[in-house]
Structure formats: C-alpha cells, structure tokens
Design a protein around this ligand. Sequence first.
Ligand SMILES: [Mg+2]
Length: 205
Amino acid sequence: MRIGIDLDNTLACYDAVFAQAAVEAGLIPSAKGHGKQTVRAAVRALKDGETQWMALQGQVYGRLMGAARLIDGADEFLAWCRTTKKQVWIVSHKTRFGHMDPDRVDLRQAARSWLDKNGFFDPDGFAVPEQNVFFESTRQEKVRRIADLGIDLFIDDLWEVFNEPGFPATTRQVLLERLGHPVPIDTCTVCRSWREIHQLVRDAR
Ligand SMILES: [Mg+2]
C-alpha cells in the first residue's frame, strides 16, 4: 500500500508555536489557552488582520518551525508503516518562501530539517526515503503529485485538498479533523486522531 501524508497540521502541530509567536509579536496578550485556530481568529480581527496573519504564518513555518511537534500517535503509525513495509510519501503544499518574511527563510529547507530532527529519515526511526518528500507550490500541483505517485490512501487535515479538481478517484481520502468540526464533503473518512487513522489503515485491505 502506498500511503501519502500531508505535513503541516497533519504531522506537524504548530498550536504552541502560533500562540508563542503571536505573543512575541504583541498580537495577543497571553498564549494561555490558544491554539492555531484561536490565534488566527484573534489576529484576523485586528487592524490589517489578514496581513498580520500572513506575516505570522511566515514566521511560524520558517524561523520557528523547529518548535513544532509531531502530533500524538503519528509516531506509532509511522513506526508501524516501517515494520510492515508500507511505503510512505509526504506531499506538502509549501512555497519556498513565506509571505512578507524579511529574513527570507527557506520554508522547504526548514521543513526538511524538522523531518530530519524528528527521525523521519533515520533508518532506525521512521525510515522514510528523503526522495519521498515533495513540496508543491499550489494545491493543484499537490493533487497532481498525489496522482502521479499512485498513492492509494492520502491523509490530510484539509478537506479542500480532496475537493480539488484532479484529486485521483482511486486514492482513498482520510481527513484528520482533530477538533471535530463538521466536514462539508462526504467522500472522505473522518478521523479525530492518529490512533483512529492507524486503526483504519491497519484494518484496510
Ligand atoms: Mg495541512
């Protein structure tokens, strides 16, 4: 089975990073109780909120990416993929540079460093071949890559990816919806956690 996985907010969790970055930028008074979604809502409500939110994202996905953490349960799933010889690809929609990042941090390099640091490429870790990691500049290019790779099952935190024209009909769609928000499409299987995904894939044939 060929398994494809999104990176941002599917494998890498930025909740604490967004909260901390927003405090440092003086956009919210305290990080307490904040995750990515609540920071986004708070920042977008400010003057020039959309611009500020884009700038904050540039910081979080670049300079601060090292502080992101692997989402609970993904480690066990990836270790299981290794031992059962499931092939794993990571396909991420990520431009090389962030919006309005004065430091021009290479976001793709930051992501590769994060994967490396978290044991993805380690033969004794998750043993994902480095060449199985793809960064695409648009959502359209991302779904084209998923199709080209012949992925059997793709895991993403955004249902919009599955809804993108060209998403291959033969690829099973698995949505990681950790907050339990309603999902407006019915083509995907919705999981609340990596443990649910693990069970789903283990039981799939
Ligand atoms: Mg994502």
